[in-house]
Write a protein that binds this ligand. Structure first.
Ligand code: C5P
Length: 400
């Protein structure tokens, strides 16, 4: 993603400036050409030398150069993206008013590329009506202002105002450079396994980690969608920019999908939903006895996709997933499921006992089949790339 991208990072004077070292380092390691400019206050927190070492480029702090180079124009216009991190209340106010009295503020006035501001400050400062009014104004003018995290702040108070995790900031930057083909769309994703309890401490489940679903949710959000993700029990961290609904059993997932599907333009049903549940859930732990436990009676769970298809309204795109264990049958099974569930697309992939397909970053064999005759096959594709490809496919499907 970042290979060859020209990124101007403007550092202003907040304690979170130290976190921007990791951001700059990651961008540079991933191939971005990073130029850093700092306000005078920012240099009290991190030395320009640190950013120079991380980027391999000189760090700029002065508006006017002896060399005659017009730096604020170069940094604002000869880059693919301008990032202000951390963005103080002061720079938000200056940007809102168009003040250009130092290098950083002048770059913002001169910027002709997308600008992302990452505010970080004390909660009371963040909530100050003047700051909020500036954020509102900047957002209206097309700047992307990232919502700060909540937690313990440098001043030891608790609340909103923290610099978000590195991954979230990187995703925000990527979003600013991604064509917003899903802007205004609601995307619903189900992810992970379900658990079907036998007693309070034992359950039937599967090794799904929810990674494919989260990659799809991320890819849809990068393209401008508003994304809700319904997750079974998973341990992956869900970024704040996704709305999360947590469920445990297939029946809970069914209820959650029924609730959110009417608002969705696109549904990616990646969850590995248990087809069966114990007919009886004991209220206390099942005790072992001397003899065998010969059977556990099971009953069918609702087929979520089948139950919602009659409710779909025109234009809703539904994508089902099918994890299969027989390589030779993957095409036939995909065709069968696409027809039986009346889906727009089915994504069939191979899984096995070694957990190939579950949890790992890439998929060994994937077959995508569309009701419109679309077919594509991959042997060895990263889940992140598959998610991008599927989002582009469904955004095209909507447009068409
Ligand atoms: O028929 P099969 O269970 O293999 O189909 C898989 C697809 O159906 C997946 O998209 C899965 O999320 C969905 N599913 C469902 N309800 C179930 C089981 C699976 O919607 N009870």
């Amino acid at each position: 993603m970042w290979e060859g991208k020209r990124v101007t990072v403007l550092v202003t004077g907040g304690i979170a400036a130290y976190k921007v070292c990791s951001l700059v380092s990651t961008l540079a390691k991933q191939g971005a050409k990073v130029q850093v400019a700092m306000t005078e206050a920012a240099t009290s927190f991190v030395s320009p030398q640190t950013f120079a070492a991380l980027t391999g480029n000189p760090v700029h702090t002065q508006l006017f150069q002896d060399s005659g180079e017009i730096l604020h124009i170069k940094l604002g216009q000869q880059s693919d993206l301008v990032v202000v991190a951390p963005a103080t209340a002061n720079i938000l106010a200056k940007a809102a008013l168009g003040i250009a009295d130092d290098l950083v503020s002048a770059v913002l006035v001169a910027a002709s590329t997308p600008v992302v501001l990452v505010p970080a400050m004390n909660t009371v400062m963040w909530r100050n009506p003047a700051v909020q009014a500036n954020v509102h104004l900047l957002t209206e003018r097309g700047y992307r202002v990232v919502t700060p995290d909540s937690g313990t702040l440098a001043c030891k108070s608790e609340g909103e105002g923290r610099f978000p995790p590195l991954e979230t900031v990187l995703d925000e930057l990527e979003r600013a450079l991604t064509p917003q083909v899903l802007a205004g769309k609601n995307v619903l994703v189900t992810a992970g396994p379900t658990r079907e309890y036998l007693d309070p401490v034992r359950y039937l489940s599967n090794p799904s980690t929810g990674l494919m679903g989260l990659e799809l949710a991320r890819a849809a959000w990068l393209r401008g969608a508003c994304v809700t993700v319904i997750t079974g029990p998973i341990s992956l961290v869900i970024p704040d920019y996704l709305k999360q609904v947590s469920v445990v059993s297939a029946r809970e997932m069914h209820q959650a999908v029924l609730k959110h599907f009417p608002e969705a333009d696109i549904l990616f049903m990646t969850a590995a939903v248990a087809d069966y549940r114990p007919a009886l859930e004991e209220s206390t732990k099942i005790k072992k006895t001397g003899g065998k436990l010969t059977s556990i009676p099971l009953e069918r769970n609702p087929d979520i996709l089948q139950s919602i298809m009659p409710l779909r309204h025109p234009g809703q795109v539904v994508v089902g997933f099918a994890a299969e264990t027989e390589s030779t049958e993957i095409h036939a099974l995909a065709r069968e499921k696409l027809a039986a569930k009346k889906l727009d697309y089915i994504v069939a992939n191979l899984v096995d006992k070694t957990q190939a397909g579950f949890g790992c970053r890439d998929q060994e064999k994937v077959f995508i089949l569309g009701a419109d005759g679309f077919q594509r096959e991959y042997s060895g594709i990263e889940k992140r790339d598959l998610a991008s490809s599927l989002c582009d496919l469904v955004s095209g499907a909507r447009a068409g």
